[in-house]
Design a protein around this ligand. Structure first.
Ligand code: SAH
Ligand code: SF4
Length: 382
């Protein structure tokens, strides 16, 4: 690792790319410092500078010796993803469009409410799972985000939020892996990033306030409990396999019975008492009928959960429509009558969604995402 100059076939010296320290969880940061002959405590010292103080310049690290600063400058850097655009809504919602190494853009959205501030983070550029109602899915898979690109979204948001005029409490109290991509398809980088979110030398969030949302990648969900104990949200969207096979194609591989079993395994492995959040995007005439309520009640009878209804957010050529407010309310009330805790996401940040629509060609996914993220905000209300 200390060899920074290599010789090319043409005998020209070639500068090796610098190591991005934003890519390192605490464990990996310790490994890094040991590998360059430094003491272990340097890891937490540098993590604090990066994540507590948002520092990217080694010269600002006042308790680090000059010699170590010089050494680090030669081999390492602290580099977040490039911010292409920052949008601030009247209602306090903020959105950052960031470009990742593959050249694609992803979004990060911050939704403040009272003392709570929820950050919705992307895990992939695009998504391979191709859910029929999701514009990210329609875009196809582009790339897995690195740890620096995932935790970098939190790093960027935290820095920007400290800088915006504080009309309300701007701190990040909750993070939801509910942006673009399927977190369980980028398992290792998502787990390392969530560890940094919960690390006292990172963002110090409680495990209850970091939520992973998945469409049901069962083998990865079964592994998840071995490495973390974050909160869980599952994108159900259909109460039977026949319909779910169409809306969420991963269901053909891992049908509902297997998914529910994996949820049970994860939730019962948690040491504290928590419930899974069931996300249910409602599409008019597709999954919002009385028979679907009945099936959902039966399916979830024994699952300790809360249900979050997300009225479909239309996008061009989706082929789906959003149900009426009355239809959503009726669906909610029927579930509530059966004893479920049910929330419906509200609209926020409309004005910056409009701005997002202007980014034609930069961001392929133009779903009215801050509405989707509203369900994330509601997760943190529990
Ligand atoms: N891949 C993960 C997390 C990202 S999607 C997952 O599927 O859970 C975040 C949430 O937004 C999911 O519940 C997803 O189903 C929902 N969603 C996607 N497209 C939507 C749309 N057009 N309208 C409303 N919700 C949508
Ligand atoms: Fe991927 Fe989630 Fe969209 Fe499905 S809903 S395509 S899993 S991002």
């Amino acid at each position: 690792m200390s060899d920074i100059i290599t010789v090319s076939s043409a005998s020209e010296p070639v500068q090796e790319p610098k190591i991005n320290l934003l890519d390192f969880s605490q464990e990996k940061m310790v490994e890094f410092f040991l590998s360059i002959g430094e003491k272990k405590f340097r890891a937490t010292q540098i993590l604090k500078w990066i994540h507590h103080f948002g520092v990217s310049d080694f010269d600002e690290m006042t308790n680090v010796s000059k010699a170590l600063k010089e050494k680090l400058k030669k081999i390492a850097e602290i580099r977040g993803p490039e911010v292409v655009n920052s949008l601030f809504s009247e209602d306090g919602t903020c959105k950052w469009i960031v470009r990742v190494a593959s050249g694609s853009c992803v979004e990060t959205v911050y939704i403040p409410e009272g003392k709570r501030g929820t950050l919705c983070v992307s895990s992939q550029a695009g998504c391979s799972l191709d859910c029929s109602f999701c514009s990210t899915g329609k875009q196809g898979f582009n790339s897995d985000l690195t740890v620096a690109e995932i935790i970098g979204q939190v790093w960027i948001a935290a820095k920007h939020l400290n800088n915006v005029p504080a009309k309300m409490d701007r701190s990040i109290t909750n993070v939801v892996m509910m942006g673009m991509g399927e977190p369980l398809m980028n398992f290792d980088n998502v787990v390392d990033s969530m560890n940094l979110m919960m690390d006292d030398f990172g963002y110090g969030l409680s495990k209850r306030r970091v939520t992973l949302s998945t469409s049901g990648v069962v083998p990865a969900l079964r592994k998840l409990g071995d490495v973390t104990d974050v909160s869980l949200a599952v994108s159900l969207h259909a109460p039977n396999d026949e319909l779910r096979n169409v809306l969420v194609p991963i269901n053909r591989k891992y049908p509902l019975a297997e998914l529910l079993d994996a949820i049970d395994q994860y939730m019962s492995g948690l040491r504290d008492k928590r419930v899974v959040t069931i996300e249910y995007t409602m599409m008019a005439g597709i999954n919002d009928q009385p028979e679907h309520v009945e099936q959902l009640i039966k399916l979830l009878k024994k699952v300790p959960c809360k249900i979050n209804l997300i009225p479909f957010n239309p996008f061009p050529h989706s082929g789906y429509e959003r149900p009426s407010g009355n239809a959503v309310r009726r669906f909610q009330e029927s579930l509530q009558l059966a004893g479920f805790n049910v929330t419906v996401r509200k609209t926020r940040g409309d004005d910056i969604d409009a701005a997002c629509g202007q980014l034609v060609g930069q961001v392929a996914d133009k779903t009215r995402r801050s509405e989707r993220y509203q369900s994330a905000r509601q997760l943190s209300e529990a």
